[in-house]
Ligand binder design. Structure first.
Ligand code: SF4
Length: 228
């Protein structure tokens, strides 16, 4: 049971009746952040006026709208038309990005090359860095032999700080994360200076589709909620 004053994931109010969708007459559950954090809504939203954020945020929402076809006033059934990689490149173009960065997992070397082909074919310059860049042995961060993927062999560490610093020095305008491990992605996102967006989240079992396990948690992935 949560004690959080913000728990939107548990909200079961129909979308059109939620207070966050309908500020005039919408309803809110006990754990609604729109209610509990009312005191910070204006001050935090004012931060969008900062020069580094305002145009970025505006264009992100413009891009969001453009990902649907045949929009017009009145009732509308969503008609999504753009893949994420198309969305990413269109957004980068809107921002005026000239040079993109690609921080990828070495396990997705082939995919990184394919993504690079697409990005460069669309007129962007690209710098890309694999996670094992730098060839630093895992022992350097205290990993014991038994903790390696293949005990008994030399393994170079995933080095998201180095990926971030290299892309910082390459002065990329926007970074794209491709398949970095959980945790390594967090470190990269924290230390990259340019904004970063995620093209794909690594999932070793589902072909990098983490929601596949979530969608089947009621059937084949019951083990995620129930131990035998
Ligand atoms: S902000 Fe409130 S009404 Fe909106 S989803 Fe979260 S809990 Fe539900």
């Amino acid at each position: 049971m949560t004690t959080a004053k913000a728990h939107c994931a548990r909200c079961r109010i129909p979308k059109a009746e939620k207070i966050c969708q309908n500020p005039e007459s919408g309803r809110a559950p006990d754990f609604c952040p729109t209610i509990h954090y009312r005191d910070i809504i204006d001050t935090v939203t004012a931060r969008y006026q900062a020069p580094a954020i305002s145009e970025f945020a505006r264009l992100a929402s413009v891009q969001e709208g453009e990902c649907y076809a045949n929009r017009a006033p009145g009732p509308y059934v969503l008609q999504p038309v753009k893949t994420r990689i198309q969305e990413t490149m269109e957004f980068a173009a809107k921002l005026g990005c000239k040079k993109l960065g690609l921080a990828f997992c070495g396990g997705l070397q082939k995919e990184a090359g394919m993504v690079a082909d697409i990005i460069e074919a669309n007129g962007f310059a690209l710098a890309s860095v694999a996670c094992n860049c730098g060839a630093v042995p895992k022992e350097r961060i205290g990993i014991r032999d038994a903790e390696k993927v293949r005990p008994g062999s030399l393994e170079t560490m995933c080095n998201p700080l180095l990926q971030a610093e290299i892309l910082n020095r390459e002065q990329t305008d926007l970074n794209i994360v491709l398949g970095l491990c959980v945790g390594h992605d967090a470190l990269f996102l924290k230390h990259a200076e340019a904004y970063s967006t995620v093209l794909a989240a690594k999932d070793r079992v589902t072909g990098h589709n983490p929601l596949a396990a979530v969608y089947t948690v009621h059937s084949y992935y019951q083990k995620l909620k129930r131990q035998p």
